[in-house]
Design a protein around this ligand. Structure first.
Ligand code: NDP
Length: 331
């Protein structure tokens, strides 16, 4: 079975020499474990942080060990009660063809309810991030005007649509290409959208949200966050979900220059980690599955075929080559 190892810690942008696809032996599963043939694995922006040797909310990847992350696959051998050959499971040992998974870390999923890859995106970790980050962390309420950055990505495209479905007065998104901007308006029903590469975020946001915003969902940081602080109305809330603009930075990045506005506008900026919101999982799945079935919620995936392209998929994600969830397919 082949698996991706981190072999050197990237400085700045990851390079292909920092990674290696290596062969690993496969043995029968020990007591309490299952062998899973992965069909899809996820590449996610947070993995860039795990490539650095720093203490964080998830431990760093070890050099010369397989990387891990979300994956779905089929059980091919089981030494654990409750799991049979042929079952499909969601688990945390991606970046490899065959995973030897402790059964207690695997969750069965139904391939007839949704395409398997959806359990990594719209019905999975990124979907719950959007749901919890908007409804719980940002305390979204009907009538709010919402701005989301990274809006054509997995989390962002779902945030914008969830806000519309729950009665936002206006939803504004930013993304990195004119095609993505078109998609936001035409497919996802955003009221306004702009390409942040076409001009200063502050000016484009002001034009897109002449009456200001009540909620900002931050996936990007940097000038997006500064512009949003400027546009937020009194008692506005921001969910600080991600700051992808700085994940490859080699020097500390400057903060927003307008932080003093937080005082007078009584803003609330709150960080989030999706792992804290497992309690919302049942409600999230029920509501989102309903909107998917009715066609009210749309999603895209960008699928990179073949384990040998795992590195390309990851770097492509950081470069914005994806629309919606970036997935590596092994089928
Ligand atoms: P996406 O599907 O949004 O993919 C990443 C996107 O980021 C790219 O497609 C690209 O789109 C955009 N991007 C890359 N560089 C920049 C830049 N310099 N400025 C602006 N946009 C950029 O990924 P996810 O939906 O999985 O994640 C979105 C964010 O949410 C990330 O910041 C991630 O770290 C965070 N996150 C946080 C979680 C939490 O628990 N806190 C959980 C899950 C995700 P474009 O073409 O528009 O530039």
């Amino acid at each position: 079975s082949r698996e991706w190892h981190l072999v050197a810690r990237p400085h700045g942008w990851p390079k292909s020499e920092d990674f290696a696809l290596r062969e690993a032996a496969v043995a029968a599963p020990a007591e309490g474990r299952i062998l899973v043939r992965n069909k899809y694995f996820s590449v996610d922006p947070y993995m860039r942080g795990r490539m650095n040797d720093v203490k964080s909310y998830t431990p760093p990847f070890k050099l010369d060990h397989p990387m891990d992350g979300g994956a779905v696959g089929e059980v091919i051998a089981s030494n654990a009660e409750g799991f049979s050959v042929g079952d499909h499971v969601l688990h945390g040992l991606g970046w490899r063809e065959i995973a030897d998974v402790p059964a207690k870390h695997a969750v069965k999923v139904d391939p007839d309810l949704a395409p398997l890859s959806a359990y990594l995106g719209v019905l999975g970790m990124t979907g719950l991030t959007a749901y919890a980050g908007l409804f719980d962390v940002a305390s979204f309420k009907e009538g709010d005007a919402v701005f989301v950055s990274g809006a054509a990505g997995a989390v962002g495209s779902q945030v914008g649509q969830l806000a519309k479905l729950k009665g936002a007065s206006r939803v504004i998104g930013s993304a990195g290409s004119d095609e993505k901007v078109k998609l936001l308006i035409e497919e996802y029903g955003f009221d306004a959208a702009f390409n942040y590469k076409n001009g200063p975020v502050r000016d484009q946001l002001r034009e897109a949200a002449p009456d200001g915003i009540d909620v900002y969902f931050d996936n990007v940081g940097g000038d997006h966050l500064e512009a949003a602080i400027g546009a937020l109305n009194v008692h506005g809330r921001a969910t600080i979900c991600g700051m992808i603009a700085q994940y490859n930075a080699t020097e500390p990045t400057p903060g927003p220059r307008n932080m003093a506005l937080i005082i007078g506008k009584r803003l609330r900026l709150q960080g989030m980690l999706v792992g804290d919101h497992a309690d919302l999982q049942p409600k999230f799945v029920e509501e989102v599955a309903g909107w998917l079935a009715s066609g009210e919620l749309k999603y895209r995936e960008t699928t990179v075929e073949g384990i040998e392209h795992g590195y390309d998929a990851f770097v492509g994600l950081l470069r914005g080559e994806n629309t919606g969830k970036m997935i590596v397919s092994l089928v």
